[in-house]
Design a protein around this ligand. Structure first.
Ligand code: DQA
Length: 147
């Protein structure tokens, strides 16, 4: 069975309470449950994780190499700052989908640049919590095409 790491970065533990006008009212626990259900119906396993710490996220990406077939990464604000996360994804060569709840291109200009996009197989943003389902489907489809 295929296995995906769904990795969430800083402040995403506050989903539901954090700027609901931007990120919606769905909590990260709701998203985790939704991902588990959706992954099951697609026949894939998921490990769902969140960290506020860049180094912890890098360690998890390194560990994914041996364990997971793909990564879905919502790196939060580290998207716009972290060369180290870009290097980690490039180093492990595990296909990675970049994900954001909000449409980062319709927001402040500092959010328009992503260090993740150049090393991602694709980007999903602007669809709120449903983006996680879309990302699982996209990763399944990508892996099928690249088998
Ligand atoms: C985010 C977008 C980022 O710009 C922001 O820093 C986040 C969340 C999103 O899911 O829309 O923390 O990744």
């Amino acid at each position: 069975m295929q296995s995906f790491l769904i990795l969430n970065g800083p402040n995403l533990n506050l989903l539901g309470q954090r700027q609901p006008e931007v990120y919606g009212r769905t909590t990260l626990e709701d998203i985790r449950d939704m991902c588990a259900d959706h992954a099951k119906s697609c026949g894939v396993e998921v490990e769902f994780a969140q960290s506020n710490h860049e180094g912890v996220m890098i360690d998890m990406i390194h560990q994914a190499k041996a364990v997971h077939d793909g990564i879905i990464l919502n790196a939060g604000a580290y998207t716009h700052t972290s060369v180290a996360l870009q290097d980690a994804i490039a180093s492990v060569e595990v296909p990675t989908i970049e994900l954001h709840l909000s449409n980062i291109h319709a927001r402040e200009t500092f959010r328009h640049h992503s260090y993740i996009s150049p090393v991602a197989v694709g980007l999903i943003c602007g669809f709120g919590a449903n983006g996680y389902r879309l990302a699982i489907d996209a990763l399944c489809g990508w892996l099928e095409e690249h088998a």
